[in-house]
Design a protein around this ligand. Structure first.
Ligand code: OGA
Ligand code: MN
Length: 293
């Protein structure tokens, strides 16, 4: 199976052409896609026709989908019926209309405007995220992707040596606290304890290293907090240098897949009186090599 690819950003994001993800995948497609993910970190599939079931089924080829982390708050009404679907939209679960400015779902999702990696705050971190567009605003609301591998490659040798073996603590609550949002119950804190991960990720298939930090990273272990935060900031900056960033302008029917273990991303602002309905499925990094063909 040979994929038809088009480069969107040098050495980084590529579009996959001529593949209908709602139809049964030709033999070898999953293996070819995995290879392309290893090579490019971000893949874009345009003009797709996926419902929630189809999106989840596609994700399952690559590993077990995570379950939505904010569904543990008792009584919370979710707009989407499946725990595997993360609602990245600006829509109210009851009315289906753009939500109020102060809505809790909006407050939590505003954290997506900071450079981050999905689910780095979990013990078993997020692997591939797959975000699909059902409705997009007329302008704005793009998603930016930074290349953690190219960011790592560019680090001064002394910094590479400094960060080898270092670990950071990640927590969802930390990235939300950066924006001043701290409305989490003790139960929510208990359900999402911080996780510790190395500052550097390695893809065992390609040997390529990547910085693995994000807004969820609160501090570096065995280092004064302030010093660790400066280091985290420096690594995020390296991976998101403007010439390493792929900027995705959404169209309805786009599916964008990224590897959270070697990329960072953030959402851009838009006029929130327009619906923006994006839905995400993220696979768990089980064993680091999950693949089900
Ligand atoms: C996400 C995310 C950014 C955006 O779905 O994980 O961070 O542009 N989205 O909505
Ligand atoms: Mn995200």
């Amino acid at each position: 199976m040979t994929l038809v690819l088009r480069e969107l950003h040098p050495g980084f994001a590529h579009a996959v052409l001529d593949l209908d993800l709602s139809a049964p995948l030709p033999d070898g497609t999953v293996a070819a896609l995995r290879e392309a993910m290893d090579a490019y970190g971000v893949l874009v599939f345009r003009d797709q026709h996926l419902d929630d079931e189809g999106q989840i089924a596609f994700a399952q080829h690559f590993g077990p989908p995570e379950r939505y982390v904010l569904s543990y708050r008792p009584g919370i009404k979710l707009r989407l019926g499946r725990a595997e679907m993360v609602d990245v939209s600006n829509l109210d679960a009851t009315t289906g209309q753009p939500q109020d400015r102060g809505a809790r779902h909006r407050m939590v999702n505003l954290g997506n405007r900071l450079w981050h990696t999905d689910s780095s705050f979990k013990q078993v971190r997020g692997a591939l995220s797959m975000l699909y567009a059902h409705a997009v605003p007329p302008s704005g609301g793009e998603t930016e992707f930074g290349d953690g591998r190219a960011g790592y490659d560019r680090l001064p040798e002394a910094v590479k040596q400094q960060i080898a073996g270092l670990k950071a603590q990640h927590s969802l609550m930390h990235s939300r606290a950066i924006l001043g949002f701290t409305d989490f119950t003790p139960e929510e804190h208990a359900a999402l304890p911080p996780a510790v991960h190395p500052l550097v990720s390695v893809n065992p298939r390609t040997g390529r290293k990547s910085v693995y930090v994000a807004s969820h990273a609160s501090h570096v272990l065995d280092m004064p907090v302030a010093e660790g935060r400066l280091l985290i900031g420096e690594l995020i900056e390296a991976a998101t240098h403007p010439d390493l960033v792929y900027w995705h302008a959404w169209r309805v029917g786009d599916l964008v897949v990224w590897d959270n273990r070697c990329t960072l991303h953030r959402g851009m602002p838009f006029d929130e009186s327009y619906p923006r309905d994006l839905r995400r499925v993220t696979t768990s990094d089980v064993g680091g090599l999950a693949l089900v063909e």
